[in-house]
Design a binder for this molecule. Structure first.
Ligand SMILES: Nc1ncnc2c1ncn2[C@@H]1O[C@H](COP(=O)(O)OP(=O)(O)OP(=O)(O)O)[C@@H](O)[C@H]1O
Length: 379
C-alpha cells in the first residue's frame, strides 16, 4: 500500500473477496538532510494506515532504505555515470516490491503480493478464452503468436485501461515473481476505480495521482542527479562534429529530448533533438528533427540481460517490443544470441532507441519479459 488510491482499492477488493490481507508500506527513501527529493512519505503512511484501519486489517511499515540504495539508487547513479539511461521504476518492481518485500512477506508466511498496478493476470482454462478482461489497449500493433498454455494463469497482461497500463514497469520480473503477483485493479478504468473507492468511502478516493520517479516524488530527475553526479560540461556537436554549444553533463540529457538543450535552432519551427551521447569524448550530438534524421531512427538493435516472466524465449520469433513507457509496442523479429542477449529488428523504424533503457517484450497484450537495450545499429 503506497497511500494512493490504486493500492487502497486493490486492498479493499481483496478484503471483500475474503482473502486474509495485511497491508505493507515500503519505506525506501526519506528526505535526509542535504539530499534533494521530496517524498511525501509521512503523509503516504498516514493515508495507507487509515485505509488499512478502515478495512480492519493489520498494517506494517517495512524499512527497506538500505536495500533500496543498494539495489536501485546505485544502479541509477552508476547507469547515468556510465552514459546510459537507467530505469529505476522497472528495477523497483523486480528488486524491491517483488524482491526484498516478497522475501520479507515469505518469511512471515504470506502467499502472494498484490499491488495497485494496472496489469492483469491470466487464467489457465484450456481451450477457452483467458479470463482477462478484453484489453481496451490500443497502442499495440499485435499479431497472434505462440501461447504457452501451461503458464497462462501466471501470465501478465496489459491493464484494461490503455491510458494507465503499467506492465512496462513489470517487464523485468522473474517467473517466480510473476507467479506470486496479484493485480486486483487491472481490469478497471481509472474513473471506475475512483468511483468504487468513493462508494467504499476510502480516505484516498480523491487523492491526486503520484507523479515522477517513485522515490524522489515531485522533483525532476535532473535536480536529483545534480546532487550525486558532478556536472561534467562538454561540447554539443552536430552530425558533422561542428561544436554548437556546451552541455552540463551527458547524464542530464535523454536521447530524443528536444526541450532544454540550450541551442537555438536556425530553422523556423524545426527543433534540435538529442540523437547520441559519446561518453568517450563527452560529446552530446544533436540534429534537426525530421522524419529521416540520422541516429534518431533505427530498426536494428541488440538486447542484453533478457528476463522472462514465464518460459524462456529460446527460439526466433516475431513479437511486440515496447522501447519505453507511453510508447506503442512495435512489431519486431527477435533472434536469441545466447547468454541473455538477442538481436531485435523492428519492422518499422523506432525513434530514439536508448542504450540502458528497458525494452518490454509482449505477445499481443501478454507480457513475455524484458531486456536492456545494449546497442543500436543505424543503417
Ligand atoms: N512505498 C510503497 N510501499 C508499498 N507499496 C508500494 C509503494 N510504492 C508503490 N507501491 C505499490 O506499487 C503500485 C504501483 O506503484 P506506483 O508508484 O506506480 O503507484 P500508483 O500507480 O500511483 O498507485 P497508487 O495510487 O496505489 O499510489 C502501487 O499501487 C502499490 O501497490
Amino acid at each position: 500500500m503506497s497511500g494512493g488510491v490504486d493500492s487502497s482499492l486493490a486492498t479493499a477488493l481483496l478484503v471483500r473477496q475474503g482473502h486474509d490481507v495485511t497491508g505493507a508500506y515500503m519505506k525506501n527513501w526519506i528526505n535526509e538532510e542535504g539530499i534533494i527529493g521530496h517524498c511525501p512519505w509521512e503523509e503516504d503512511i498516514t493515508d495507507a494506515r487509515a485505509v488499512a484501519d478502515q478495512l480492519g486489517i493489520e498494517f506494517h511499515v517495512v524499512n527497506l532504505m538500505h536495500e533500496y540504495r543498494e539495489r536501485v539508487v546505485k544502479y541509477l547513479l552508476e547507469g547515468y555515470q556510465s552514459g546510459i539511461t537507467p530505469n529505476p521504476d522497472v528495477m523497483c518492481n523486480r528488486e524491491m516490491k517483488f524482491g526484498v518485500l516478497w522475501d520479507w512477506a515469505k518469511e512471515r508466511g504470506f502467499e502472494a503480493i498484490a499491488t495497485g498496478h494496472y496489469a492483469q493476470k491470466g487464467s489457465s482454462v484450456p481451450g477457452s478464452q483467458f479470463s482477462v478482461h478484453g484489453s481496451r489497449f490500443t497502442g499495440t500493433n499485435s499479431e497472434p503468436g505462440t501461447v504457452n498454455s501451461e503458464l497462462d494463469s501466471d501470465a501478465i497482461y496489459r491493464g484494461a485501461d490503455s491510458n494507465k497500463d503499467q506492465t512496462y514497469f513489470l517487464a523485468m520480473m522473474q517467473p517466480e515473481q510473476a507467479r506470486i503477483a496479484q493485480f486486483p485493479i487491472g481490469h478497471l478504468l481509472k474513473p471506475e476505480l475512483r468511483d468504487q473507492a468513493r462508494e467504499l468511502g476510502l480516505k484516498t478516493a480523491d487523492k491526486k495521482d503520484s507523479q515522477g520517479i517513485c522515490f524522489i516524488g515531485q522533483v525532476k530527475m535532473e535536480d536529483f542527479l545534480r546532487n550525486f553526479v558532478p556536472d561534467s560540461p562538454g561540447p554539443i556537436v552536430d552530425l558533422e562534429g561542428k561544436v554548437l554549444g556546451q552541455h552540463k553533463g551527458l547524464h542530464l540529457y535523454t536521447l530524443g529530448q528536444r526541450k532544454g538543450i540550450g541551442v537555438a535552432s536556425p530553422l523556423h519551427k524545426q527543433a534540435y533533438v538529442a540523437v547520441a551521447k559519446r561518453p568517450e569524448k563527452n560529446e552530446l550530438v544533436i540534429a534537426i528533427e525530421r522524419p529521416d534524421t540520422p541516429l534518431l531512427w533505427a530498426r536494428r538493435c541488440t538486447l542484453t540481460g533478457i528476463s522472462t516472466t514465464g518460459l524462456p524465449l529460446t527460439g526466433a520469433r516475431t513479437l511486440n517490443a515496447q522501447p519505453r513507457y507511453r510508447c506503442p509496442a512495435g512489431l519486431a523479429d527477435f533472434v536469441p544470441l545466447g547468454e541473455g542477449r538477442a538481436s531485435l529488428i523492428y519492422h518499422k523504424p523506432q525513434r530514439a532507441l536508448t542504450p540502458g533503457q528497458i525494452c518490454a517484450l509482449y505477445d499481443g497484450d501478454r507480457l513475455l519479459g524484458g531486456a536492456f537495450f545494449e546497442s543500436i545499429s543505424y543503417d
